[in-house]
Write a new protein. Structure first.
Length: 173
């Protein structure tokens, strides 16, 4: 009985940390998962970076094709992201159509290279059974000495906004 209870508890904890659509971490899971890597990078004086990505014109996908197709887009992009990252990288579904990548031992140049590869793959991949052209925009930021995750996230988010303002389907650092 105790073993079943422990397994159930473990399963409930996982459900509270993982986005069911993509299998990526949700915000809660991400915040828990980055604590150790951030501390490790700080102790070793290694850099880390954040990339925030957003599906361009996602509302139009939902409005035109329905939420089931929108969910398919999010799911496929989540799988693409997970398959393109290093084992040490941490990916999450940050919000509705936003994804966040935490990249330990990475400077902004490396983060942008990874983001560019993902943007190209999404642009070239047939994401749904419908003939929909899907693109992403992203912003990258590298942590400075003793900078908090929240500070780096704000800068990455500002860069994402710049990518959107500059025409979308691009990465800004």
């Amino acid at each position: 009985m105790l073993i079943k209870l422990q397994e159930s508890h473990k399963h409930v904890l996982e459900l509270s940390r993982v986005d069911p659509l993509t299998g990526l971490l949700n915000r809660r899971g991400l915040y828990e998962a980055i604590k150790q890597p951030i501390n490790y990078c700080k102790r070793r004086h290694n850099g880390w970076s954040v990339v925030i990505m957003d599906i361009d014109y996602f509302k139009n996908v939902n409005d035109t094709y329905g939420h089931d197709v929108g969910d398919e887009v999010i799911e496929k992009i989540g799988h693409l992201i997970r398959n393109m990252l290093r084992k040490s990288d941490i990916a999450s579904r940050w919000g509705g159509e936003e994804f966040l990548l935490f990249l330990p031992d990475s400077n902004v140049k490396t983060a942008c290279h990874i983001a560019d590869k993902i943007l190209r793959a999404v642009h070239e991949e047939r994401i749904t059974s419908k003939d929909i052209h899907i693109t992403l925009s992203s912003g990258c930021a590298e942590a400075g000495e003793n900078e908090s995750f929240s500070d780096v996230l704000k800068r990455a988010d500002k860069k994402l906004f710049e990518a959107k303002e500059q025409g979308r389907n691009q990465n800004v650092r």
